[in-house]
Design a protein around this ligand. Structure first.
Ligand code: ATP
Length: 358
């Protein structure tokens, strides 16, 4: 889809093709020194949790069809993108450079497997600026491999920030279309709020939710691989079928009572309706999460659930003060690595005041 969304210079206000666009450097072989210029754009992007995650049978393409209710929380990563130019006299590679600081930075890849780098490439292709030459500085507060879609969030923030940096002028709909090709959770990281996801989770419909919900989040010691959690879910289901306990995975269905509770804005109604079909698999891979969930319930959580593929456990509070109390109590209980407090829904990826890369 090279240049699928390319805008003319007149449409975007750009003064013409930039020099790197015309360069013929081989991005595969040339090692470079890249330094940022002052042109930069920053986007902030929320973590997601799943208020419902209904998982259907494994599809022939290896994915599972899901019906999920995404909810964006006030726990944010920030991504700054800046134009990159080579040092004088050095050879310059036409490539993307990634730096990561903050929560779990050491576990995040810096090469092309980083979803943010893939997002820059995909946007550059879509607007006819390929190959992308951009520096991407990611400041993480969303823990890695935690069931909070941090990688997808960074991809979404990169799309928004590059759209701004390159004055590409793509609409949110167009960014969502590109995002869907990067990962199932990327469209929601762009959209934010509360939304129903179908298909692999990428087909979004906004959900009506009243007011703000307050949460305490307990982060696990390590991460869980999403692929491994899905595979474990399949294995557990097969074992139950073999034991004659159930008749196989049903097509996933949206919980109407949960949607009504969201509309009511009443956390006491919402709490008992939270559900996650991946939770038994996450608990079988990380049995210690049972203790975490039990502790949250003892501290009065209205709902206690593993987020997505885990291992983060999320606890719905009655109000902001209760969320604070639960966060303090969970910290003292020693049932998790660390604790955060957050509220939702919040908007998806948005640009923030430009901040020069550090
Ligand atoms: P998923 O989105 O696959 O359900 P998750 O939400 O549990 O996963 P992520 O924080 O997205 O977890 O990390 C999953 C894996 O993605 C990590 O182990 C890491 O290797 C890889 N990854 C690629 N890019 C990033 C990124 N920018 N930030 C975090 N992880 C990334």
């Amino acid at each position: 889809m090279d240049g699928q969304f390319a805008r003319t210079a007149a449409e975007t206000g750009m003064s013409g093709a930039s020099t790197w666009l015309q360069s013929g450097y081989d991005r595969e072989v040339v090692i470079s020194v890249i330094r940022p210029t002052s042109a930069a754009a920053t986007a902030r992007v929320p973590a997601k949790i799943n208020l419902q995650l209904a998982v259907g049978p494994r599809r022939p393409d290896g994915y599972h069809s899901v019906v999920t209710v995404f909810h964006a929380l006030s726990l944010f990563d920030e991504v700054t993108v800046s134009e990159a130019v080579g040092s004088p006299g050095s050879q310059v590679a036409a490539h993307t450079e990634v730096t990561v600081t903050g929560e779990g930075a050491a576990q995040v890849p810096l090469d092309r497997s980083n979803l943010a780098a893939q997002a820059a490439e995909a946007l550059a292709k879509a607007v006819g600026r390929h190959p992308a030459v951009v520096r991407i500085d990611i400041r993480k507060r969303i823990p890695v491999a935690a069931g909070l879609a941090g990688g997808s969030a960074d991809a979404a923030a990169t799309l928004v920030a590059c759209n701004e940096l390159w004055k590409a002028g793509l609409s949110q709909r167009e960014l969502i279309e590109i995002g869907a090709g990067l990962g199932s959770d990327v469209p929601f990281a762009l959209a934010g709020g509360t939304a129903v996801g179908r298909g692999r989770g990428e087909q979004l419909t906004p959900a009506l939710a009243t007011g703000t919900f307050h949460w305490a989040l307990a982060f696990g010691l390590g991460g869980l691989s999403t692929a491994e959690v899905y595979a474990t879910c399949d294995r557990l289901r097969e074992a139950r079928v073999a034991a004659g306990e159930e008749g196989g995975a049903a097509e996933p269905e949206l919980s109407r009572p949960l949607m009504a509770a969201l509309r009511s804005g009443d956390p006491a109604k919402l709490g008992p309706l939270l559900s996650n079909d991946l939770q038994p698999a996450a608990l079988s891979l990380e049995p210690g999460l049972r203790r975490t969930l039990t502790a949250g319930r003892e501290y009065g959580a209205l709902g206690a659930i593993v987020s997505g593929s885990g291992p983060t456990c999320v606890f719905l509070a009655a109000n902001v003060a209760h969320a604070r109390e639960m966060a303090v109590a969970l910290t003292g209980a020693g049932v998790c690595r660390s604790v955060a407090r957050a509220s939702g829904p919040v908007p998806g990826a948005v640009t923030v005041k430009d901040r020069p890369p550090s």
